[in-house]
Write a protein that binds this ligand. Structure first.
Ligand code: RUQ
Ligand code: CUA
Length: 701
């Protein structure tokens, strides 16, 4: 009797296994001698399992206690060696300050991209005393060498990801970074001149005209000071519009500006598109303007900031704002142009709409017709209609003005619908079937719900209705569907960015990884199973975006030997083959060095104690399998020399000695031999100086 269910389960496993393997590749070729060759999916024919193979698969499944769903999940996410993922997930790296690139559906980490935190593998921030990375990380003259990255934003053309650039905000220090997706490296870091910290960055307008940086905790703009008693008079919020120059691949600071906002705590933002093109939307909380002070017996921020039922959705007409900026209707704060509140109000740039208290995410639907606001303390999402917003603005349907004179639109005039989803809704994404997906933090679930009647033919549900929930593990923050915040979401995959993984993985000490859970959302109705758990043990990622991999035009080697990745151009300073050597001008020494498998040229570099050394190093390699590294121990130098790359670094040779330098990538069979010596000769007479007979030392001085 006890054998009955076991036998039946095995049978089910066999059937399912055979079914799924018919879909995916031929087993014999997978096991063949093609191991080293990249295997495109097109090469695979339908497979037919022999009875022995079915038995083998069934045995593995039973030994590992896998059920049919597990086997299906495995088949949906497994990438055979050499097969590439369909999507790339660009994820924030939270307080690691980095960005992580992850393949979907395999959920394999492809690489990290160093942004706000120096990172040695990439040679990011370890190019000596004048390192441009370290320089760009300084704030008010202080090194700030980490960041809290929250929101990556891929560049867009016509509201769709174009695969060219990635932007990411640093919440802790109100900075914005630009990453070039040709070489996946950070090219620019800009510091907001108005606020120390922010939150709502980065979001792009549909053609990446601007990168939007929303603020968070109100301060005195321009890094000013005022006591908390003067909060209402002197503290302010802001949103900054960074102009992006696509040709140069840089934020154009001189054409960027900000808007002064009341001292509510602005939160996430999203740009309108389609029907709402020309607007952007920013959430806020603490319209109470609570100033906290538990230490004085006042209610803490968490209570004071949640007293009122409604906060304000900020609706910004950015084309009007741009016109006001171009007309010079700004005030300079800390050298940066700011459109002040009176101007925004007078010019009709800024309107508010009430939103249920303590909202978090605002997300615009793919057609741009609706804004979905999720309030952490309200079990509904509130959906606003841009058509109604425009009408209410035109007809001046204001219910009131706030303390700063900003018109507040009548809630009922702009609200389309409220949809009850569950506890703690945070963020919303979309698919290609007319569904929206909202993360439910307190429920630890992903909710699928139907959009309005115009999508009924696709989703075949009642409009504006909760359709399904999948439990996740646990405390989901953001979620991300394939191209799920663009004008044409793909559907198929959704990643739940679940917070502490708690019991999902082997214990890793008290500090837990986060957990990216992959959901298969390709089916309709209630089917959206979790098919993979992926530990993220390197930071607390907040948001990510998932782009179709074939949109990326990634370089595999730099276009020319002598390429400077900081400028994305050939660097005239790069030594060419045959120009190697060491030259001296007083105590300034220039080293021109090349690297090619498996040696540096020159291999000995002699300098004197106290010399100022400028070292130029170029990788002469031109093929994909030839990255070198270069380090000098004790001098904090570590470079990554990708094929063709040029790097210059400088240091003062202030500690004499014999310093082996070596290649830090195991680049060839003779990698260990790819080394040399830096000889720093002590000043004559100093301790450790060579004997007087060493005339070379004396004459070099
Ligand atoms: S968020 S806490 Cu995007 Cu939900 Cu930063
Ligand atoms: Cu070059 Cu190791």
């Amino acid at each position: 009797m006890a054998h009955g269910p076991r036998v039946r389960r095995s049978a089910v496993v066999c059937v399912a296994a055979a079914g799924l393997l018919v879909l995916e590749g031929t087993l014999p070729s997978a096991l063949g001698q093609e191991g080293r060759r990249r295997r495109p999916a097109a090469e695979q024919g339908p497979i037919a399992l022999t009875p022995e193979q079915v038995a083998q698969l069934t045995k593995v499944a039973n030994d590992r206690k896998l059920n049919v769903d597990d086997l299906l999940s495995a088949a949906k996410t497994f990438m055979p060696s050499g097969r590439h993922d369909e999507y790339v997930l660009f994820s924030s790296g939270g307080q690691s300050g980095q960005v992580f690139a992850i393949g979907v559906p395999s959920m394999r980490l492809l690489r990290s991209i160093a942004v706000f935190t120096p990172e040695s593998w990439q040679g990011y921030g370890f190019a000596g005393e004048e390192d441009p990375v370290r320089r760009s990380l300084e704030i008010n003259g202080k090194p700030v060498e980490w960041g809290d990255t929250h929101h990556p934003a891929l560049s867009e053309t016509g509201g769709d990801y174009d695969g060219q650039y990635l932007f990411i905000g640093d919440k802790a220090n109100a900075r914005l970074a630009v990453i070039d997706l040709r070489d996946w490296e950070t090219k620019q870091i800009v510091k907001n001149p108005l606020t120390i910290s922010d939150h709502g960055a980065a979001f792009v307008t549909p053609n990446t005209e601007y990168v939007i940086e929303g603020g968070q905790y109100a301060t005195v703009l321009g890094y000013g000071y005022a006591p908390p008693e003067e909060y209402k008079q002197h503290y302010r919020g802001m949103v900054t519009m960074w102009k992006f120059d696509r040709e140069k691949g840089r934020v154009d600071v001189s054409n960027s500006f900000a808007l002064e906002l009341p001292p509510y705590w602005q939160d996430l933002a999203d740009a309108g598109k389609g029907a709402s093109d020309g607007y952007f939307f920013v959430n806020s909380f603490n319209v109470e303007m609570a100033v906290g002070g538990v230490e004085k017996g006042n209610p803490p921020f968490e209570a004071g900031a949640s007293k009122r039922d409604m906060d304000y959705l900020h609706i910004v007409d950015w084309r009007k704002a741009e016109a006001a900026f171009k007309a010079g209707k700004t005030k300079s704060i800390n050298g940066f142009p700011v459109i002040m509140l009176e101007t925004s109000t007078a010019e009709g740039i800024l309107h508010f709409a009430p939103e249920p208290k303590s909202p978090h995410g605002v997300d615009v639907t793919p057609d741009g017709r609706y804004m979905v606001v999720a309030g952490k303390l309200d079990p509904h999402v509130t959906v606003y209609s841009i058509e109604k917003i425009k009408k209410a603005i035109a007809e001046k349907r204001f219910s009131t003005r706030d303390e700063y004179g900003v018109p507040v639109l009548d809630f009922d005039a702009v609200k389309e619908v409220q949809v009850e989803l569950g506890l703690g809704p945070l963020h919303t994404q979309f698919d290609n079937q007319g569904f929206a997906y909202t993360s439910l933090f307190l429920d630890s679930a992903v909710a699928r719900w139907s959009l309005g009647p115009e999508h009924a033919s696709k989703h075949r549900e009642q409009p504006w209705k909760l359709v399904a929930k999948t439990p996740v593990h646990y405390n989901i923050g953001h979620l991300c569907a394939a191209e799920g915040d663009t004008v044409s979401p793909d559907g198929g995959y959704l990643v739940s960015m679940s917070k502490w993984s708690v019991d999902r993985f082997l214990p890793t000490g008290p500090l837990l990884p986060q957990n990216f859970q992959l959901l298969d959302i390709s089916g309709g109705g209630s089917a959206m199973p979790v098919i993979y758990d992926s530990p993220i043990g390197v930071g607390e990622p907040h948001y990510c975006q998932m782009i179709k991999a074939d949109k990326l035009r990634t370089w595999t080697v730099y276009p020319q030997v002598g390429w400077n990745p900081h400028t994305q151009s050939l660097d005239p300073r790069a030594p060419r083959k045959g120009q190697e050597g060491v030259t001296r001008n007083g105590s300034d020494v220039t080293v021109n060095m090349t690297a090619i498998r498996s040696h540096f040229f020159p291999e000995h570099v002699e300098v004197n104690e106290g010399d100022r050394v400028t070292w130029r190093l170029v990788a002469l390699e031109t093929t994909m399998d030839a990255t070198h590294g270069f380090c000098i121990g004790g001098y904090n130098i570590n470079l990554s020399l990708e094929p063709g790359e040029f790097v210059e670094f400088t240091f003062t040779a202030d500690r004499p000695g014999t310093y082996p330098f070596y290649c830090t990538e195991f680049c060839s069979a003779l990698h260990l031999e790819m080394m040399g010596y830096l000889h720093i000769k002590p000043r004559a007479g100093a301790e450790g100086a060579p004997a007087a007979s060493d005339t070379a030392t004396a004459s070099a001085k």
